[in-house]
Design a protein around this ligand. Sequence first.
Ligand code: ATP
Length: 289
Amino acid sequence: MYVLEKAPAKINLSLDVLYKRPDNYHEIEMVMTTVDLADQIELFLIKQNTIVIESENRFVPNDERNLAYRAAKLLKDRYEVKKGVRIKIEKHVPVAAGLAGGSSDAAATLRGLNKLWELGLDKQTLASLGAEIGSDISFCVYNSTALAQGRGEKITELKAPPSCWVVLAKPRQGVSTQTVYQSLDLSTIDHPDTSGMIEAVNKSDYLGMCSRLGNVLEAVTLERHPEVAQIKKLMQSSGADAVLMSGSGPTVFALVKQQTRAERMYNSLRGFCEEVYAVRMLGYPQALD
Ligand code: ATP
């Protein structure tokens, strides 16, 4: 038996940090959606009662540190599954990029193993299992468009955003999410308009969505990675409708309505950045089936 799942990248249309909690996590509010750039996760039932990870990406561990492994192990232990699995990960989403690639692989593994091991779990259960491993995994289980609150695990689904092109560019050096959060000074941040963003998305108001893009982590990463600012400038000058860094970065994305402009931007960024993509905004899970 065999199951194939896609694990798409997410982008933050908005990311706000409200306060630091007594448990040391930050209380956050994020509006997130998915784009048509995805890892491919293949799950094969094997005779041995073990979990085997295969990935050819040198930045991704092939052992129990892999988030897909941790997702499989959690399901196996919690539901006392006596079956094994070989998980083959084909990476397309850049690693340590602010696009939740690892979280999306873990979520795809939860969805896929629910089928392969015939567990019959609903999405809410899979999402709360995901939250035990990492904050972004709950969102990735749904793969749609949502407001994420708490430390990212409280999910309220929204309508799919207005369709457009998304040009993504990742500077060479990755960023550690933990370091960015540690460097954030909560007293100086400029909070984005999260409720305005939710309204714009739900009303399919493209210009409203563009005008409300905001990420409080952007200033922190900009300070350490000047190339992020250069990419933003280049995108702005080549016709982006709006530009923002995703998550803790360093990937920057531009929203563009017209395909020709997205292609032009893609070509001008290629000379500057190794990892550039021009893809469609998805925002709803059906598009991946
Ligand atoms: P987020 O946006 O959720 O903070 P990210 O996009 O910044 O995540 P990831 O691509 O998820 O970052 O990678 C973060 C780290 O997780 C990497 O250093 C990598 O070694 C590790 N990792 C573990 N499993 C995976 C996986 N399946 N794919 C990618 N990275 C993984």
